[in-house]
Design a protein around this ligand. Structure first.
Ligand code: UDP
Ligand code: MG
Length: 334
């Protein structure tokens, strides 16, 4: 019997977890079979029966400050399919996901948010494509749920910028809701960097992929942990983790400005030689100096971002620390 692990990172999700668990139980009991059909329903193969699979619900508590751990432990006592991994502190969603990938025992892993934004009804369809041989069946947001205008537009600008800077395909509207087969999971766990941008990594590892459209639901309860500050940090992580193009920007702008300055120097010399013009233009001089100063600081900042990341990675610290698995300390490292 094939085993499916549903991997759920949870940070302050106590209010959502019981409802999510109920939906997962319905999924495993086959009650959600054939509820959702993909637009491309002409694809071969029947929707498999969820009761034909063994299930593992792997929750990673990412250092929550609310009752998440207590709620998870209650669920674990009532359901043997539930595994609870408790991280020593909040390591961030990307690292919590890695912890989950390391400990997942399934033949395939379905990654899902804890806030019910990712509908479990789509999972049987994902499994259908997995059975057809796809290594990575990803969910594609048809609508994004409730979200501010600014966040929506900034996100789309970010994806366009990142895509123009790297050859790795960054699919807009595609997030962490997906099914990965064992090969893909092993590829992800072989990448041990602490500064993770998992969305990019899914593309980086390659393999056969298929997209399924789904409607993002609104967050069931609680509030999003990704405010502007966290999203900006994640965006920087994406850019510095997947491209060195900003460094090239520094060298190219340096070369362009130097050539421009040299041409202007020749022009000024010739003008002086022919007309004997006294040097004028204090304001212009000030502007040029400020512009160049700003550009130099920007380039230093770009280099600094990369050096900072090299510094953190060279320390070779583990990406996360596990406190307990199912209430017991972990004896051997994953
Ligand atoms: N999450 C996590 N660690 C964090 C922040 C978030 O494990 O430090 C989890 C969170 O519990 C949820 C998922 O990551 O299951 C997505 O988070 P959220 O809903 O806050 O993000 P959004 O959907 O707004 O992008
Ligand atoms: Mg969410």
């Amino acid at each position: 019997m094939k085993k499916i692990t549903v991997l759920i990172p949870a940070y302050n999700e106590a209010v959502n977890l019981p409802a999510l668990h109920t939906r997962l139980c319905a999924l495993a009991a086959g009650e959600l079979d054939n509820v959702y059909t993909d637009a491309d329903s002409s694809a071969p193969g029947e929707t498999p029966h969820m009761t034909d699979y063994e299930w593992e619900f792997l929750f990673v508590n990412d250092g929550s400050r609310d009752d998440t751990l207590a709620v998870l432990n209650t669920l674990r006592r009532s359901d043997s399919r539930v595994t609870v991994v408790d991280l020593a502190r909040n390591f961030g969603k990307e690292n919590a996901l890695l912890a989950g990938f390391d400990l997942a025992t399934g033949d395939a892993v379905v990654v899902m948010d804890a806030d019910l934004q990712h509908p479990p009804e789509v999972v049987p369809e994902m499994i259908r494509y997995w059975e057809l041989g796809y290594a990575d069946v990803y969910g594609r947001r048809r609508s994004r749920g409730r979200e501010s205008w600014l966040r929506h537009h900034l996100t789309s600008v970010f994806y366009k910028t990142l895509q123009s800077l790297t050859s790795i395909e960054m699919m807009p509207g595609v997030g962490d809701f997906r099914l990965l087969d064992r090969r893909a999971v092993n590829a992800l766990t072989s990448m041990r960097e602490t500064q993770r941008y998992t969305k990019g990594m899914f593309s980086w590892i390659g393999g056969s992929k298929h997209g399924i459209d789904f409607d993002t639901a609104d967050r069931a309860g609680g509030k999003s942990s990704f405010g502007p500050k966290q999203l900006f940090a994640l965006a920087l992580q994406g850019i510095t983790g997947f491209t060195t193009a900003p460094l090239r920007f520094a060298s190219i702008s340096g070369i362009t400005i130097s050539i421009g300055a040299f041409i202007y120097l020749l022009y000024a010399l010739v003008k002086y030689a022919c007309y004997g013009d006294p040097v004028r233009g204090f304001a212009t001089l000030l502007c040029v100096m400020l512009l160049l100063g700003g550009l130099q600081l920007l380039c230093l900042g770009i280099i600094g971002e990369y050096i900072g990341r090299i510094f953190i990675e060279t320390k070779g610290r583990p990406p996360y620390i596990i406190d307990t698995v199912n209430g017991r300390p972990l004896t051997s490292s994953p």
